[in-house]
Design a protein around this ligand. Structure first.
Ligand code: NAD
Length: 558
């Protein structure tokens, strides 16, 4: 198997196979293969040539040789075997059993005292590890739509809390139009608001325009402000991409006394060397300086992030709602010497009540490649959950406004109980032939029971358990026991190495009775751990949810 394998980047871009012809020995393996390839589809990945999917440097495989070996391993994998992937490299195949996961993945895990960027980069340079972000290295990234629903929910919750339920007539200022941040403009206009989004990479701006995520682009701050002011006055939704560096643009906006209503940020500040761009550098200059003088680069990046943060704090003093959008910019600004500030992350500010119900981002992908299969799933969910107005509204808007990237996919937030119902519905659609091929069901690692991340998902936990990382490990072990198709444990996604431990799971609905049983189990255990984690932390909503759903939580539910 190994000797004849290619070792280099393919000449042609990668695209997952479509249709019902298998190149693997079963649908779960085929699903893993297609989702790995789909992560690297040029329409999905930020830089497929470097195997980078999203989130700065989040990769799908360690290097090209490792990619080809994973593909070959999946093609040879029997339906009672399990492939082990260690930081983007296939390392072993063991006989397990038919209900066990077909793939188990660990990415970027380091012993805690070594768990920082410095050690990580050293090991990465030695070829020993890989940064998997969240869904990059666990092969369930679905393009910008993946974050769109979460971003839409976050801005909706912000509007609910501060602006009578709508962003109409409100101005949002943010930066970063990358894989995740690119969802911000559409999420703001879906909430009827006006937004200016500062981005230093012209290609990223062009991509968001092309995909319909942003309405207009300009290089002129005057023009952006004039457009925004007019839209704000008329109460029409408008998103504007503004070419520039957030540090400089935000300073100028604050200097002019402009008053945005909401300020946040999605530059890749979690990775100051490879993600955050210092003032005065184009992306191309940045690459050159990083290679030539990484220490000099970092000094400039920290100087810029400090100015960037001070400008955001001035806008906050002028009345803006300021919240952190999960990129660790608060910590890095502190590392750059800006202290004495306080503003919340988006989870404690807006999302935690949903987590207490086991709710989080639930996503699925049509392996047929046929958009009609996703529309069939949309219809089935709208019918099954017709009383859930929020969900039905989201699914309608998503149908109208979301362009598919790679294999057609959908995302919505579903909680305990409803996820198992959705899994059953999808498996039935496959079994009855109403969709053309199996459906892959998965989620972000940003979910209610699957992550420990003190600067983001588990910030300010009620019982102070922010940094306790037993929970995502238990989530992964349980989902593997319950029969997920692949399960992953990662370190450092979202907020960077040293700051988070999290787990992913994917289950394949191939229409068989065995899949139905596995789905029922996994789609119950997975959100169940979210309720368990929050009930254990003492959240009354989670304790209530545990009782309502009959979860056995020793010491908490009867
Ligand atoms: P990305 O690397 O794909 O994009 C970041 C963008 O920021 C790039 O386009 C880059 O050109 C731009 N940028 C960097 N520095 C800039 C500056 N000073 N001024 C203007 N533009 C600048 O990353 P992404 O996938 O979009 O993720 C963004 C951040 O959000 C990351 O830190 C990521 O870890 C975090 N994240 C948040 C969530 C969430 O749920 N909130 C989820 C995943 C990731």
């Amino acid at each position: 198997m190994t000797s004849s394998l290619p070792t280099r980047r393919p000449d042609e871009p990668i695209r997952a196979p479509r249709g019902t012809t298998l190149s693997c020995k079963g649908w779960p393996q085929e699903a893993a293969l297609r989702m790995l390839m789909n992560n690297l589809d040029p329409d999905v990945a930020e830089r497929w040539e470097d195997l980078v999917v999203y989130g700065g440097s989040g990769k799908a495989a360690r290097n090209w040789e490792a990619y080809h070996r994973i593909v070959a391993s999946l093609r040879s994998l029997e339906s009672d075997e399990t492939l082990l992937v260690q930081s983007g490299k296939a390392v072993g195949i063991f006989r397990t059993h038919a209900d066990a996961p077909r793939v188990l993945i660990a990415n970027a895990m380091l012993v805690p005292a070594w768990g920082d960027w410095e050690h990580f980069r050293k090991y990465e340079a030695q070829g020993l590890t890989m940064y998997g972000q969240m869904t990059a290295g666990s092969w369930i990234y679905i393009g910008t739509q993946g974050i769109l629903q979460g971003t839409y929910e976050t801005f909706a919750a912000c509007a609910q809390k501060h602006f009578d339920g709508t962003l109409r007539g409100r101005l949002v200022l943010s930066a970063g139009l990358g894989g995740m941040g690119g969802a911000q403009p559409l999420a703001v206009t879906m909430n009827e608001g006006v937004g200016i989004f500062v981005e230093i990479d012209r290609e990223r701006i062009d991509r968001r325009l092309r995909l319909g995520y942003v309405d207009r682009a300009t290089e002129s701050l005057d023009e952006a402000l004039a457009w925004a002011e007019e839209a704000r006055r008329r109460g029409v939704a408008l998103s504007i991409a503004l070419y520039g560096n957030a540090c400089e643009v935000h300073e100028e906006i604050a200097r002019r006394g402009v008053r945005p209503d909401v300020v946040t940020d999605q530059t890749s500040a979690h990775d100051m060397l490879n993600g955050y761009l210092p003032a005065g550098l184009s992306p191309r200059d940045a690459v050159a300086l990083r290679g030539r003088d990484p220490k000099g680069y970092l000094a400039r990046a920290y100087e810029s992030v400090a100015r960037h943060m001070r400008a955001m704090l001035e806008l906050q003093r002028n009345g803006a709602i300021l919240f952190d959008y999960g990129n660790n910019i608060r910590r890095e600004a502190e590392n750059a010497g800006v202290g004495d500030f306080s503003y919340p992350g988006f989870v404690p500010a807006f999302i935690r009540p949903l987590f207490c119900e086991g709710q989080g981002p639930f996503r699925w992908v049509a392996l047929s490649g046929d958009p009609e299969d996703i529309y069939a799933t949309d219809r089935a969910l709208m019918e099954a959950f017709k009383d859930n107005e929020h969900l039905v509204r989201w699914l309608r808007m998503a149908q109208e406004r979301v362009h598919f990237q790679g294999l057609p996919a959908r995302i919505c937030w579903l909680g305990y109980g409803d996820r198992a119902v959705a899994g059953r519905i999808f498996n039935d659609l496959v079994a009855s032939g109403r969709v053309r091929a199996p459906i892959v069901i998965g989620r972000d690692h940003l979910d209610s029971g699957s992550v420990a991340s003190p600067n983001r998902e588990t910030e300010s936990m009620r019982d102070g358990s922010d940094a306790i990382a037993d929970w995502p490990i238990l989530n992964a072990l349980l989902n593997a026991s319950a029969g997920a198709s692949w399960v992953s444990v990662h370190h450092g996604g979202g907020v960077g190495i040293g700051y988070s431990i999290h787990a992913g799971m994917v289950a394949v609905a191939d229409g068989t009775p065995e899949a139905a049983r596995r789905l029922e189990r996994v789609l119950t255990t997975d959100p169940g751990t979210g309720i368990m984690r929050h009930a254990d932390a003492g959240y009354p909503e989670a304790i209530e949810a545990g009782k309502r759903h009959g979860l056995k939580l020793p010491g908490i539910t009867p």
